[in-house]
Write a protein that binds this ligand. Structure first.
Ligand SMILES: [Zn+2]
Ligand SMILES: [Zn+2]
Length: 347
């Protein structure tokens, strides 16, 4: 049986490499040899550790690689470079056909599909993907840059597609973590003016380097007024995108957006955000948008952003680590002193 390495979390702040059999494709799934694995929010599981002394046996969801095996003719061929977008969505329902695969109600359980209880996660040397969700990477786009088509650029690209952000907009971005940094790149690509609210010095500095026109400190008492003062006639931004996932930032997005503006939420949060219908929505005419990701049918449009933003993407990818040093990589990720960190699963 051919074996591969993957990452598990065995305790609080304890990640390790283990071996498992390389999964085999069947039906219209393909086996992908991973080349670039971007890190996302996995540091949270690492900080917390598994529940009840168990083991977290699959980490991560982003990645790029090369198709090395298919079970039957399907949408991809051996040798093609692809972005892995997940395996489970059915590909047939109304959401999948619209490219909004994360909303698919008919997810295939990995274990059901493979007959094995153990998924690989993305922090692994090989992974299975449904062929219809493996967009191919053009020759002029590197694996590193294509890997930003997941959470690096994807959620805020989706938000800006839905909110129709363009060069007439002044966009507020709350939180300049990896997703917020991707938001700056997306907004500048569209020609918008960008104001960033961020409190971590490393991230504030990086936001400015990536092209933010102004960076404010959200801890200032009058931060909403400060932001409004930076906009035409002091009315407020035309669009705000919360990439922080904290209530104070979500509130700031509503307060700093001018009447008839759009407010997008892309950062996960389960804390309640108090909204007053009359002053916040009705009398302000705000449009609130919840955006988890983007339609994969817009992948070619996102490639335009990727092609035009090479220098910025080289900054968005702030660090790289061999997967064998995943402990150090997770510690850096948890420190917030970074953009996107990518792992090399073969080193
Ligand atoms: Zn579906
Ligand atoms: Zn992600």
């Amino acid at each position: 049986m051919m074996m591969m390495k993957k990452v598990i979390v065995s305790g609080e702040r304890q990640a390790a490499l283990v071996e498992m059999p390389i999964p085999r494709p069947k039906a219209d799934w393909a086996l992908v040899r991973m080349t670039v694995v971007p890190m996302c929010t996995e540091y949270k599981a690492w900080l917390q550790g598994p529940a009840d002394g168990g083991t977290i046996r699959a980490l991560g969801h982003e990645g790029v690689g090369e198709v090395v095996e298919v079970a039957q003719p399907c949408g991809v061929e051996v040798g093609q470079r692809v972005v892995l977008m997940g395996a489970g969505p059915c590909g047939r329902c109304v959401y999948c056909r619209a490219g909004d695969f994360l909303h698919c109600p008919n997810q295939t359980a990995y274990a059901e599909y493979t007959g094995k209880p153990e998924p690989t996660g993305a922090y692994a040397q090989y992974r299975l993907g449904a062929a219809w969700l493996l967009p191919t990477i053009p020759d002029d786009v590197s694996d590193d840059h294509a890997a930003m088509a997941w959470c690096g650029l994807g959620p805020t690209f989706g938000a800006m597609q839905t909110a129709h952000v363009d060069a007439f907009d002044t966009v507020l971005i709350t939180g300049a973590g990896p997703v917020g940094q991707g938001a700056i790149i997306n907004a500048k690509f569209r020609g918008a003016r960008v104001i960033v609210a961020e409190l971590e010095p490393w991230r504030s500095e990086r936001a400015a380097i990536l092209g933010a026109d102004a960076v404010v400190d959200p801890r200032d008492d009058d931060v909403a007024a400060q932001i409004r003062a930076l906009t035409p006639e002091g009315l407020g931004v035309t669009c705000a995108i919360d990439c922080a996932g904290v209530v104070a930032a979500q509130r700031l997005c509503i307060d700093a957006t001018r009447p008839k503006g759009r407010v997008c939420f892309v950062a996960e949060s389960s804390d309640p955000l108090p909204i007053r219908v009359s002053p916040d929505l009705l009398r302000k005419g705000l449009t609130l948008i919840g955006q988890w990701h983007y339609s994969v049918n817009d992948f070619d449009a996102l490639l335009h952003v990727i092609r035009a933003s090479s220098p910025q993407l080289d900054l968005l990818i702030s660090h790289r680590f061999p997967m064998s040093q995943v402990q150090d990589a997770l510690a850096l990720s948890a420190s917030y002193q970074c953009g996107k960190i990518i792992l090399d699963p073969w080193a």
